[in-house]
Design a protein around this ligand. Structure first.
Ligand code: C2O
Ligand code: CU
Ligand code: CU
Length: 499
């Protein structure tokens, strides 16, 4: 509770009212209390001999979440979070990643299809002072991906302190759709997180049993590293590339005036068709692209609501999520104020048809694998020994390969959650399609390519994917729960793809 005292003190002293919900700020005070939404530097890399090269510096620094308070942080070419990497489908790239954070780390390209040795998972450790230079071809649909630390048993803490950034992949096909695509103007990366702060202004990362069980969540919403940010819209429509970059929180997003918006993308592609909604559910690690129309000139607040009542998925997960949030079911945050300018530049109509994806069906599969997500509370757990989190009865072991997949095979992964909490299940290397949830085909927001899918308590989700291009019988890829504390506690397994 002392953490909250710190924030109250800060409010009274340094920067009054900054933590008040936007809706409670006096109208006149609204703009000068707020921080302009930071837009991470866009890094396009440099073309050298046909390879696009990105130089990334993982560094320590300090970051002002609150005016005048220097919080020690980690970042990539920045004090907190990292540059946005723009990639073009079909290009060959090299990423020179230098570790200057003073401790071992890794950098993982979440959602990208690549050779296992370039993945940046727990096996690709970068020692302090060293540079790691993976090289691979960008074989993706245009979408929003991200990168983050994947240090074994330290991922939660390193990401919490700032080691994450956004990747934008573009291609000609989707550029021709006339969607908003001016970075920082009408095409905006939106990294949603919440953090806890300690009395000295540091980021507070707990390692209690409770923090491990529930995952780390915070009481201060942060967007692109800013508390109480405002984005000034200059165009009628804006495209938000939203990443749930939190360690453990499920967001149920919408606008405070309940305005409708279009969802156009999921984790690894645009959707086959755009669709209108008022709510967007995103679990940790998931992304979505939305188009918000502000041509009415009215300001609006992007917020997370604890309820799931108006969700298009209508999955009735209130109970599970409520528990997740530590009682009360409130992951209610006001994230971002959007304020349109007096005169707005016209934006093109958003087409309904966006991309055509080859739909895989269950009969295309060579094999079905079953995964059971479990939390056990046996006597060992009570003594604080071992991990309560397992997949198919096993906790992560770096020396054990759990699954061996034949290169070129199409597989169904049937993921069942027999625990009391929801788990966002993530698979490296591939983009998958959701076949069904408890036998029901996915809603419109889940019909694009995915690499992370929330599996609710008691639910069974079937996904399907083809494992192509890269075989390596020594180096594994990971699959895991993307609640980073669950992952760090062992809710992860390893697979190889072999020729
Ligand atoms: Cu986003 Cu294995 O990670
Ligand atoms: Cu990943
Ligand atoms: Cu989990």
């Amino acid at each position: 509770m002392q953490r909250r005292v710190f924030i109250q003190a800060l409010l009274a002293g340094v920067s009054t009212a900054v933590m008040l919900p936007f809706s409670k700020l006096p109208a006149a005070a609204q703009t000068n209390q707020l921080t302009p939404l930071p837009i991470p530097e866009l890094m396009r890399g440099e073309l050298k001999d046909g390879v696009r090269v990105y130089n990334l510096n993982m560094q320590r620094g300090t970051h002002e979440f609150f005016a005048g308070v220097k919080t020690p942080t980690l970042g990539i070419n920045a004090s907190y979070l990292g540059s946005t990497l723009k990639m073009r489908a079909g290009e060959k790239i090299r990423l020179n990643v230098t570790n200057n954070i003073g401790e071992t780390t890794t950098l993982h390209w979440h959602g990208l299809h690549l050779p296992a040795k370039a993945d940046g998972g727990p096996h690709q450790v970068i020692e302090p002072g060293k540079t790691w230079s993976p090289e691979f071809k960008v074989i993706q649909e245009a979408a929003t991906f991200w990168y983050h630390s994947h240090m074994h048993e330290k991922t939660g803490e390193q990401v919490w302190r700032g080691l994450a950034g956004v990747i934008i992949v573009e291609d000609n096909k989707t550029n021709a759709l006339n969607l908003p695509n001016q970075y920082g103007v009408d095409d905006i990366p939106v990294v949603l997180q919440e953090r806890q702060f300690s009395r000295d202004g540091g980021l507070y990362y707990g390692n209690s049993r409770h923090n491990m069980m529930m995952g780390m969540s915070g009481d201060v919403p942060v967007v692109n590293g800013a508390v109480a940010p405002v984005f000034t819209a200059k165009t009628q429509k804006i495209r938000l590339r939203i990443l749930n970059g939190s360690n453990a929180s499920f967001y149920n997003l919408g606008f405070d005036d309940n305005r409708k918006f279009l969802q156009i993308g999921s984790d690894g592609s645009l959707l086959p068709e755009s669709f209108e909604t008022t709510r967007l559910e995103l679990g940790p690690g998931e992304r979505a692209e939305i188009i918000v129309d502000v041509s009415d000139g009215k300001q609006t607040v992007l917020a997370s609501y604890g309820d799931t009542g108006t969700s298009p998925m209508g999955r009735g997960m209130m109970m599970g999520r409520g528990m997740m949030m530590g009682g009360g079911g409130s992951s209610q945050f006001e994230f971002l104020l959007i304020k349109p300018e007096g005169t707005l530049t016209a934006s093109a109509e958003v087409p309904q048809k966006l991309v055509s994806l080859d739909r895989l069906s269950a009969k295309d599969a060579n094999k079905t694998r079953r995964f059971n997500l479990e939390m056990t509370m046996g006597p060992m757990m009570m003594m604080g020994l071992g991990t309560p989190f397992t997949i198919n009865g096993k906790a992560m072991d770096m020396r054990r390969i759990d699954e061996v997949i034949k290169l070129g095979d199409t597989e169904i992964w049937q993921i069942h959650n027999s625990s009391a909490l929801p788990h966002p299940f993530h698979i490296h290397d591939i983009q998958f399609q959701i076949l069904d949830r408890n036998g029901t085909p996915p809603g419109p927001g889940e019909r694009g390519l995915k690499d992370t899918v929330t599996v609710n308590s008691g639910e069974t989700v079937r996904i399907i994917a083809k494992f192509e291009d890269y075989a390596d019988d020594k180096r594994p890829f990971m699959y895991h729960c993307h609640i980073l504390e669950h992952e760090d506690a062992g809710m992860m397994g390893q697979f190889t793809v072999v020729a």
